[in-house]
Design a protein around this ligand. Structure first.
Ligand code: TRP
Ligand code: ZN
Length: 900
């Protein structure tokens, strides 16, 4: 097999093989002469031998660098190259600090991978996580080497008036030939993956704040000149983040200045570089005219996420990349809690929880059941960039959430306090974190079962919990029997039982009321109980149960498991109508919808059932829609059908076209059966006041938008022209992007002829708005396929003058929307979707392996596909895999898919 960069064949990195660094770096003094074609980097470090490690050579990572000079204590020295690694053997004896000076050059303008130092829109940006710093200078590029940084930037003043790096600006001034400089000192030690620099023509929104402790700070959001009017929401989110972390966790901002910079060329969402967060424009820029409610919400949570990393990730960092979830799982948990705490009422909190669980189940559960399945703390990897996954992030957050559930909110705060008391300034492991939470709560169920609880870190796969209830009317007892299991995953055949917190309650099947829960032998009775499962089989008995109950299990989704429970339709309808837990109300509705879908899918294969939903379910859905108590956002979630991906996960053999057809039939049925209700819902959820993206008004817009798409869908069946006309009018008149885009989607999604007209108008109206153009492309790549027209349209759109393959946002908007998010159009019996996929993976891999490897994951679940899809998908994977010069990134993904 051939590998790229000749020197670096794919080697498997193992967690077990961790060894402490042979040398420690105390200080790093970097000088940059910034030039797109040839940037000079002078790196002067002080190092020491690590006294805890046997003496050996100093090995420095480097990639795509031109090495000009190496000096040790000011004098030339011998060195050798071991592949990409610079090896120094003749270093001073002993453990005294010594000076190492390395001079290299690199070529930012040619850097299309967006890792290391690169140019975007004539400005310089860096991205060093996970291993990009080695593309800037030779360095021990590993997170457990923490150093103090001083950075001097020099560049042409007219072209690059703004020069930024981590920490505080200590000096700046003019140089000869129209150049200038800025010198930055970061007061905190950090691993090199948190290094950042930015240089270019940028402007900033500024805000001075005073923290609880009375300290003053300057907050800045840097963007391109024309974008300043779209930064207010990001700034507000940043201020809210600072205040929240102080209030909830006692964690203050530890810098005089905190900067966010936006760039339109970025591989991921954003990056938490110390004091200088770099963001994808998608998660900074918003105005009512260009961003949807979802965009506003995402900005709030990503700004929060990166800010919260300042403590969880930066002050305490990871010992090695296997510990990635130490910072990512914890920080996702924190940003989820932040967004929930910003919600004014409990219903909005529940909506946020449902949305988070939906992400987990549609993206992480499939990952956990597929060829890329890995534990929250992986045991091995080839390319670490492939492990920035929903498992590390979202499942990792669920593991932290379970700890909070087991020790309580106050107990969790104590645990966090102890974590910082013990480990501030260190690079640590997931074990260290769990230990701190447990030690601060010695009497908790977590402390009692810590060793077993930590199986959540070591075992991959989604556990299944089966529950069965037995009611004894004579004894008035109700017993719930639980059993748990977990399927094998690649490299892990046998799983031991997990510690699973199960929050539960009982709803009277006749009364619909919450029944008091008397535990055998306990005096108190609440209406909710936390049962902690730890055995393969376990039971709990409640006494004094006067009527047949319906169990409400796993309230609030108290653990990331699949719950199997033999509910009758009636029982689910009872939960949907009466459960005190909003999450399980929604869940009951989803179970009913899912059940209908699965039944229809299993039915006569030659015809699509016209009406998969029974009358009782239709009436229940009408009841939710018309309910005077429930709020709009929650209604919209209940009435949203399970996604095609989620339905597919429930099936042994997946026929994507069949799933698509059945789901479309369900949509049509809801559209037609509830037509008058949708008309009412649309009219009743108009917002006439000023636009505000808060949960309540977003919820109203979401429900009105949903109503419009059902009304347009019903119209295409009945030939009605009123609603499509009204929708076009709404599209034209809308005073915000949410309403405008929902109307556009309703027209396009129903296949109505007016959709084409609206699409063209939308493009011309927003042709200068990059982020809106992304939506325009995404809508077309994600369009409902009626006769195979989507793929030719996507191919055509790739020729559009506004399509730029090298821009990750644009590539994702069209190609990922088609390959990863439009199963009904992507899985074609003629295999043309897979051919397109293989071509794009190979094209993109040539210039950006990280993005290509994410696209490569579109065929993860090929083994479950029915024929002819299965063979065709395999063929496409083989086609990619047989390319000789693939990146390690793509190779790891496709080879795992083929071998697992
Ligand atoms: N640490 C970033 C986060 O907040 C993730 C990230 C940003 C990243 N850019 C990256 C990871 C590039 C790998 C490569 O989640
Ligand atoms: Zn993160």
């Amino acid at each position: 097999m051939q590998y790229r960069d000749g020197a670096s064949p794919a080697t498997v990195i193992r967690r077990e093989a961790y060894a402490a660094p042979a040398y420690l770096v105390d200080t790093v003094d970097l000088s940059f002469d910034l030039d797109p074609a040839k940037t000079r980097v002078l790196n002067r470090m002080t190092l020491r031998r690590n006294p805890d490690v046997a003496p050996g050579p100093l090995r420095l990572d480097g990639e795509e660098l031109n090495l000009a000079r190496v000096l040790v204590n000011g004098a030339g020295t011998s060195f050798k190259m071991d592949g990409n690694t610079l090896v120094l053997e003749n270093l001073p004896e002993g453990t005294e600090p010594f000076a190492l000076e390395i001079f290299t050059t690199c070529m930012p303008v040619k850097n299309t991978s967006l890792s290391g130092l690169y140019v975007s829109n004539d400005s310089f940006f860096t991205q060093c996580e996970a291993e990009g710093f080695r593309r800037i200078t030779y360095f021990p590029d590993r997170p457990d080497v923490m150093a103090s940084y001083t950075v001097t930037l020099r560049a042409d003043k007219a072209k690059y008036p703004v020069l930024l790096s981590n920490g505080n600006l200590v000096d700046s001034g003019e140089l000869e030939d129209g150049r200038h400089f800025a010198k930055w000192v970061d007061p905190h030690k950090k691993p090199c993956y948190l290094f950042a620099l930015v240089a270019g023509q940028l402007v900033a929104r500024e805000q001075r704040i005073v923290s609880r402790s009375g300290k003053e700070h300057l907050l800045q959001v840097y963007v391109r000149r024309g974008d300043l009017d779209k930064t207010e929401h990001a700034m507000n989110s940043l201020m809210a983040s600072v205040a929240w972390d102080e209030a909830r966790f006692g964690l203050p901002l530890d810098l005089e200045r905190f900067m966010i910079v936006a760039t339109s060329d970025f591989n991921m969402g954003a990056m938490e570089n110390k004091g200088l967060n770099i963001f994808n424009t998608k998660y900074v820029l918003a105005s009512q005219a260009t961003a949807t409610d979802a965009d506003f919400a995402n900005i709030e949570s990503v700004v929060g996420h990166e800010y919260f990393h300042n403590w969880t990730g930066n002050r305490i960092t990871c010992r090695d990349w296997f510990q990635l979830s130490l910072k990512e799982g914890l920080t996702v948990f924190r940003d989820q809690e932040f967004s929930q705490d910003l919600c004014a009422d409990p219903s909005a909190r529940a909506v946020k929880r449902i949305e988070d669980v939906r992400v987990l189940r549609t993206a992480q559960f499939p990952e956990d059941a597929g060829p890329m399945a890995h534990p929250v703390r992986p045991d091995s990897y080839i390319e670490i960039n492939n492990f920035y996954t929903v498992t590390i992030y979202e499942k990792g957050a669920e593991v932290v959430r379970m700890m909070q559930t087991l020790v309580g909110r106050d107990g969790f705060r104590k645990g966090m306090d102890l974590y910082f008391a013990r480990h501030d300034g260190q690079a640590v492991t997931c074990d260290d974190f769990a230990q701190a939470i447990a030690d601060a709560n010695p009497d908790s169920e977590l402390a009692r079962r810590l060793g077993q609880f930590k199986r959540w870190y070591s075992q991959a796969g989604t556990p299944r919990v089966a529950a069965q209830g037995v009611y004894n009317p004579d004894a008035q007892t109700y017993t719930l029997h639980f059993s748990q299991s977990c399927a094998a995953t690649p490299d892990q055949a046998v799983k031991e039982p997990f510690v699973i917190p199960v929050s539960l309650g009982l709803v009277g099947s006749a009364s619909g009321t919450a029944l008091p829960l008397h535990l055998e032998g306990q005096a108190t009775a609440a209406t909710s109980h936390l049962l902690v499962l730890s055995e393969a089989q376990q039971s709990v008995m409640f006494t004094g149960i006067a009527e047949q109950p319906v169990p409400s299990i796993l309230r609030g989704f108290s653990a990331p498991v699949i719950l199997d429970c033999d509910y009758s339709d009636e029982e689910l309808l009872t939960l949907l109508a009466f459960d005190a837990d909003a999450f399980n109300r929604w869940e009951a509705g989803q179970r009913l919808l899912l059940r209908s879908a699965i039944k229809a899918i299993a039915g006569d294969a030659d015809s699509t059932p016209a009406k998969p939903l029974n009358d009782a379910l239709i009436e229940a859905m009408r009841g939710v829609l018309r309910s005077p108590q429930l709020d709009a956002a929650f209604k919209e979630l209940v009435l949203t059908l399970p996604s095609e991906t989620y339905i597919a996960e429930q099936l042994e053999v997946v026929d994507p076209q069949r799933i698509h057809a059945v789901r479309e039939a369900m949509r049509e049925q809801l559209a037609c059966a509830l037509q008058e209700d949708w008309e009412w819902a649309f009219e009743a959820h108009q917002d006439n006041g000023a636009y505000r993206p808060d949960p309540a008004s977003s919820g109203r817009r979401a429900l009105a938008g949903m109503a419009l798409s059902f009304l347009c869908l019903a119209a295409t069946r009945s030939g009605d022209t009123v609603w499509p006309g009204k929708t076009l009018q709404r599209f034209k008149d809308a005073n915000n992007m949410t309403d405008r885009f929902n109307a556009l989607q309703a027209l396009v999604g129903s296949g109505h002829a007016l959709g084409t007209q609206a699409l063209a108008r939308f493009h011309s109206q927003f042709k200068n708005e990059e982020l809106v153009l992304d939506k325009w492309f995404a809508l077309q790549g994600g369009m409902c396929d009626r006769g195979g027209q989507v793929l030719p349209a996507v191919r055509q759109l790739m020729q559009h003058p506004d399509f730029h393959l090298k821009n990750p946002n644009r590539a994702r908007s069209l190609i990922f929307s088609y390959c990863n998010a439009n199963p009904g159009a992507f899985h074609r019996a003629d295999a043309a979707g897979y051919v397109f996929w293989a071509e794009r993976v190979i094209d993109i891999d040539a210039f950006n392996p990280q993005v290509a490897a994410r696209l490569a994951r579109a065929l993860d679940r090929w083994k479950r596909l029915a024929e002819p899809y299965r063979s065709a998908a395999r063929e496409a994977l083989v086609r990619v895999s047989s390319k000789s010069d693939l990146s390690n990134d793509v190779r790891e993904v496709v080879d795992r898919a083929l071998s697992a």
